[in-house]
Design a protein around this ligand. Structure first.
Ligand code: SAM
Length: 200
């Protein structure tokens, strides 16, 4: 499997649609209670950073994190940085201490299906350490990848796989199929909103 940085260097990034997924705006309109202005938002595996834009426009403080230096260089060039927008080259599994219990929202979109399936439990644990108690993990999961699990990324997942992994550490507060999608992903995504327990 080619490493992520090489994929950006080679412009081998078919997942990149050049704009934020429309699911974010749909959710902000439909479920505004989960998207308070001023929230600190982390986007793990942010790639070129498109998804940060709707959160910034909604007056949130956004951190885009990616293990690929090249992706973060591209994101910074395309969107710039500001007091409310920072880009960091970091591995979601070993984030610096300053990020622990720091975020009100973690926005997941095609990071869960990008990591190896055997890392999923670790991913859930890592996300839980980054959120404040009572904060939300909001994810659009690419559940019908059309690729056998051994041929990922994207590594095949399903609503039940995500449910089993996250229910260990979070409470499910909302789920459903988005009515918007990138072209070609219609009907192949599933949204879940999980709350970290107050004692977590
Ligand atoms: C399929 S891409 C999706 C990028 C972005 N979410 C988008 O939709 O354009 C997966 C991203 O996750 C990043 N990634 C993979 N493993 C990671 C890790 N352990 N920590 C942080 N980022 C990671 C990759 O570098 C890549 O940018």
């Amino acid at each position: 499997m080619k490493d992520w940085n090489s994929r950006y260097l080679d412009a081998d990034t078919p997942w990149d649609k050049g704009a934020a997924t429309p699911v974010i705006s749909e959710l902000m309109g439909k479920l505004p209670q989960f998207f308070q202005s001023g929230s600190k938002v982390l986007i793990p595996g942010c790639g070129r950073g498109h998804d940060a834009q709707p959160f910034l426009k909604a007056a949130m403080q956004v951190t885009g994190a990616d293990v690929s230096k090249e992706a973060i260089t591209d994101a910074t060039e395309i969107y710039g940085k500001s007091d409310n927008m920072r880009w960091i080259t970091d591995d979601i599994f070993s984030m610096p201490d300053e990020h622990l219990r720091h975020y009100d929202i973690v926005w997941e979109h095609t990071c869960y299906c990008a990591i190896l399936p055997e890392q999923r439990e670790n991913y859930v644990d890592s996300i839980a350490t980054l959120l404040k108690p009572n904060a939300y993990f909001i994810g659009t999961f690419f559940i019908e990848t059309g690729v056998p699990i051994e041929d990922g990324p994207p590594f095949f997942t399903s609503r039940d796989d995500v449910f089993q992994n996250f229910e260990r550490k979070f409470h499910l507060v909302w789920e459903g199929k988005p009515s918007t999608s990138y072209e070609g992903r219609e009907g192949r995504e599933w949204v879940m909103i999980w709350r970290k327990p107050i004692t977590g």
